[in-house]
Design a protein around this ligand. Structure first.
Ligand code: NDP
Length: 279
């Protein structure tokens, strides 16, 4: 008898570059599960029908990537955890009573930082960017009780809106916004959640800002011998440590896999294999 494979996938545009099928196939091996994981490309006006078709034809769970994390929050029946407030969804879970939207990016980032020995408690933390990724990770960062959290964005207004909604979520925390060009303070941890790296653009930041910091770039390089533009600049600026976001990608996927299946795969093991495959 042929074993039925559970169907999962990632919906986005673009999506062809996604490493998620490799990561989930590694998790499936680890947990001895039979599954398929597909990349699903669609336009914004096809987003709802794409999800309806996927689940009506037996799909079990979806990841959502750029630029549809906001649309996914509208599509699901309910939101869980911080996604209730941020309305940024990267994981759709099929429940008995409907579809539930989660955001696993923040958990993924925290796990990868911990794997790298970086703690945020009591630290001065800077997040660069105020888009979907920044919105998804900031509640988790605030939860770790940094001494202060600054959100700097090219468009100041967007940083202010994000900072104000996060301050209402965490009224006791020191959270504020500024324009990316106005940065002069030093930080202990700097997290780049802008998409500037995709076009190879350099951010207009003074070197002092990262000189005493561990610098983490959510963007990652699929060529493991090439640093991302932000990591390369941070190294030249004297940063105390750097990492790109490949580990976060794996750890956010591990959390999604757990939500779908109840099995917790090893992110560290999957990351090791992915690094080897890409190098
Ligand atoms: P969005 O399009 O939602 O936001 C983009 C952000 O980048 C905005 O704050 C934008 O500023 C800023 N930005 C873009 N270009 C520049 C530039 N040239 N100079 C300064 N700021 C710039 O994207 P996302 O938030 O979804 O994604 C951000 C990054 O995070 C991407 O590189 C993505 O690949 C990565 N990511 C990685 C994950 C992982 O698991 N490793 C998970 C999720 C995302 P403005 O508001 O002024 O336009």
């Amino acid at each position: 008898m042929k074993l039925r494979k559970n169907r999962y996938g990632v919906v986005g545009n673009p999506v062809s570059h996604s490493l998620s099928p490799d990561i989930h196939s590694e998790f499936a091996k680890q947990t001895k599960r039979a599954l398929t994981y597909e990349k699903i490309l669609c336009d914004a006006d096809e987003f709802n029908s794409t999800l309806n078709l996927f689940f009506n034809s037996g799909g079990e769970g979806l990841n959502i990537t750029v630029p549809y994390k906001g649309l996914a929050a509208e599509w699901v029946d309910s939101l869980a955890g911080h996604a209730q407030k941020t309305r940024v969804v990267n994981t759709v879970v099929k429940r008995e009573n409907g579809f539930e939207g989660y955001n696993t990016d923040g958990i993924g980032l925290m796990r990868d930082l911990k794997n790298k020995g970086v703690r945020l408690k009591g630290e001065r933390v800077l997040v660069l960017g105020a888009g979907g990724a920044a919105t998804g990770i900031i509640p988790q960062i605030a939860n770790e009780s940094p001494e202060l959290l600054r959100i700097a964005n090219r468009t100041l207004e967007k940083a202010k809106i994000l900072s104000s909604s996060m301050s209402s979520l965490f009224p006791e925390k020191d959270i504020s916004a500024l324009a990316i060009g106005q940065l002069h303070e030093t930080f202990d941890v700097v997290i780049n959640a802008t998409s500037a790296g995709i076009d190879g653009k350099r951010l207009p930041i003074a070197q002092e800002v990262v000189k005493t910091a561990f610098c983490y770039d959510l963007f990652y390089s699929q060529n493991r011998s090439t640093l991302t533009p932000f990591c390369s600049w941070a190294t030249k600026s004297g940063a105390e440590g750097i990492s790109d976001g490949l580990g976060m990608l794996v750890e956010q996927a591990a959390e999604a896999f757990y939500l779908w299946t109840g099995d917790r795969p090893s992110g560290a093991e999957a990351l090791k294999r992915l690094e080897t495959k890409l190098s």
